[in-house]
Design a protein around this ligand. Structure first.
Ligand code: HEC
Length: 209
């Protein structure tokens, strides 16, 4: 019985302490709120992480090119210019013909081996590198442009001008037999290139009507 009483007293004491703490906290919040409204501007209440971006900063990052070619920049580049740029900036990693590696294979339109191909396990063993390539897999030429512009060359992304990216993209398309050697790519011509990978993929971007 004594034990029982004891527990009651303890619980009551704890509840009182908790109530006290809550009252003190509420009072603190009220005081802080009142004080900040009266004296401190709201911005000084911010945690202080991150930076506000200016419109010029945002422009540097808002470079997404959509599958239908929306947001492609001005500029143009030919297959021939692209082949020179490719030798200088890309061949060391992707190989002279875009197939030797060591980095990802960039050429090979007929090498795609569909999952429905019953002989796939045999073919994959024979041509392991042909399964994936720009020509086999990429659904839109505009996406190749976007990728190269934002990510390549790997050690110096965004170091090429837009015209140079058009040119290397033209060269990659030519390596894949998708455009002739005299082709010139720009915001008009690039979206017209039909990629073999398109039929094998699903578009996650809503296209404008
Ligand atoms: C320093 C090595 C290096 C250089 C130089 C380089 N790349 Fe790459 N590239 C890579 C690597 C590694 C990948 C694979 C990246 C990944 O999967 O995340 C890649 C991937 C790619 C892909 C995507 C391939 C695919 O199907 O997934 C393209 C296209 C590409 N590079 C184009 C270029 C072009 C064009 C240049 C020259 C302007 C270039 N790369 C220069 C290393 C390089």
């Amino acid at each position: 019985m004594r034990e029982h009483m004891c527990c009651h007293v303890l619980l009551a004491a704890r509840a009182t302490v908790r109530l006290g703490v809550a009252v003190v906290m509420a009072a603190a919040v009220l005081t802080a709120g009142g004080a900040s409204e009266a004296q401190t501007p709201p911005s000084s209440m911010a945690i202080g992480l991150g930076l506000a971006l200016s419109p010029a900063d945002i422009e540097r990052y808002a470079i997404t090119v959509f599958p239908d070619g929306r947001n492609l920049p001005p500029g143009r580049g030919s297959v021939e210019q692209g082949s020179r740029l490719y030798a200088m900036h890309c061949a060391a990693c992707h190989g002279a013909q875009g197939i030797e590696g060591p980095a990802a294979r960039l050429a090979g339109t007929d090498g795609f081996i569909g999952w429905s191909d019953p002989l796939r396990p045999l073919r994959v063993r024979k041509y392991p590198l042909q399964v994936l390539s720009v020509g086999a897999m990429w659904p839109y030429a505009t996406t190749v442009f976007d990728y190269v512009r934002r990510g390549m060359p790997l050690h110096a992304p965004k170091s090429l001008t837009d015209a140079e990216v058009y040119a290397v993209t033209a060269h990659l398309l030519h390596l894949n037999g998708l455009v002739p050697g005299h082709a010139v790519m720009d915001r008009e011509t690039l979206p017209l290139v039909v990629m073999p990978g398109r039929a094998r993929t699903v578009n996650a971007w809503a296209l404008e009507p």
